[in-house]
Design a protein around this ligand. Structure first.
Ligand SMILES: Cc1ncc(C[n+]2csc(CCOP(=O)(O)OP(=O)(O)O)c2C)c(N)n1
Ligand SMILES: [Mg+2]
Length: 381
């Protein structure tokens, strides 16, 4: 690892900004570089304002007030659930590993709003937000984190193994990039079934440097599988900055290798994520194959609750927390648009907090898994 990482990071980020005017075109979607003059003193955000997909057809589409309120509810629900799990982890009520999704909520919310209940999602080690956005039951999720018998995996799996096949949630995954080949299998099944079902596959920047990323996207493209690849580029893989680990500035550009659309969206904006994913979903349902969507996002905390994230530039983290907070920003936007009132948001917050507290009570009061059923429940023997 480099000795003075912060200095190196800043330098790389500056360099990135300076060469920020390269454009490429793929499947008629223009990949635009942003203008350095717009950036002022914040360098590390070189690509946050870039949105490759400027397609009028989708930009002009409007969400209904109800859809917007649902997006807001999902974002807040994920945030409050995650904050609670962090608290519970610190007092050792929650077992095993925990990778909070705080800061990234708009990606799961926007992406899952663009698919139907019968569609599949494939998640990651940072998967609570994906499960919640797909409609998972908070009680069963919390019970799983507590290792209780009423949990999604009967308390045998914990955070990184939450799955709900009835909801089309094909599982979180402790293996980085492990969901990518699963999405190919799921995509094959969607295609063979022929009913227009699609698979949404989430992963982060670190996973895209694994061979399996290439193998999966290549195969999905060859067979025109209905899979939407959503890269949650939160700029870090544990302590490794994306600036030091990914050779190209935008992961979406890798789509060119597979001759599929590559789209960049602001991952703090649920509507932008929604429209980009919706477009990819419609394309996939028409049999035109996969797309790669890169949502530029940020994890507000460390890799896990006990990681102080000292490898990050403090100003960088501060910027995202103050300027790119999906909860704060979307609340403000919907108030501004008169879609909700402050009172309605307060009521929503109360109702969500109650739901989260109820899940904790449910988990606390649930029985431990039995020793006798251990083998049966873990391996099916
Ligand atoms: C195949 C594999 N290699 C290494 C690890 C250890 N590991 C766990 S999380 C992580 C970082 C993943 O980074 P990224 O894909 O960007 O996901 P993020 O944590 O940012 O959501 C690593 C290397 C693992 N779980 N699996
Ligand atoms: Mg990452």
């Amino acid at each position: 690892m480099p000795g003075n990482k912060k200095t190196i990071n800043s330098k790389i980020l500056n360099d990135i900004q300076n060469k920020n005017d390269n454009n490429i075109t793929n499947n008629n979607i223009k990949l635009n570089g942003s203008k350095t003059s717009d950036k002022k003193e914040i360098n590390y955000l070189s690509s946050m304002t870039e949105v490759i997909d400027k397609d009028k057809k989708y930009k002009e589409k409007k969400l209904t007030g109800e859809q917007k309120i649902n997006l807001l509810r999902t974002i807040i629900k994920i945030r409050r659930f995650e904050e609670k799990t962090i608290q519970l982890y610190q007092i050792a009520k929650i077992w095993g590993y925990l990778h909070p999704y705080v800061g990234e909520e708009a990606v799961a919310a926007g992406a899952c709003a663009a698919i139907d209940r019968h569609d599949y999602i494939v998640s990651t080690h940072r998967g609570h937000g994906h499960s919640i956005a797909k409609g998972a039951d908070l009680n069963r999720m919390m019970a799983e984190l507590f290792g209780k018998a009423t949990g999604y995996c009967k308390g045998r799996g914990g955070s990184m193994h939450i799955a709900d096949t009835e909801l089309g949630m094909l599982g979180a995954n402790g293996i980085v990039g492990g969901g990518l080949p699963i999405s190919v299998g799921a995509g094959f099944s969607c295609k063979m079934e022929g009913k227009g079902r699609v698979t949404l596959c989430f992963f982060s920047d670190g996973a895209t440097n694994n061979g399996v990323f290439h193998e999966s996207l290549n195969m999905a493209a060859i067979f025109k599988l209905p899979v939407i690849y959503v890269c949650e580029n939160n700029m870090y893989a544990i302590s490794m900055s994306v600036c030091e680990s990914v050779a190209c500035k935008d992961i979406a550009k890798r789509a060119v290798s597979y001759d599929i659309p590559g789209v960049i969206v602001d991952g703090s904006d649920p509507e932008e994520v929604y429209f980009a994913v919706l477009k990819a979903v419609l394309r996939a349902r028409e049999g035109l194959g996969p797309s790669l969507i890169e949502a530029k996002t940020y994890r507000f905390g460390g890799h896990h609750p006990n990681d102080p994230a000292e490898y990050r530039d403090k100003k960088e983290a501060e910027y995202y927390k103050t300027e790119k907070d999906p909860v704060k920003n979307y609340k403000a936007r919907l108030i501004d648009e008169k879609v909700v009132t402050i009172q309605a948001i307060e009521d929503m917050e109360k109702q969500i907090m109650q739901e989260v507290e109820n899940s904790v009570k449910f988990a606390e009061e649930s029985p431990e898994p039995s020793l006798e059923k251990f083998l049966e429940e873990v391996s099916g023997i």
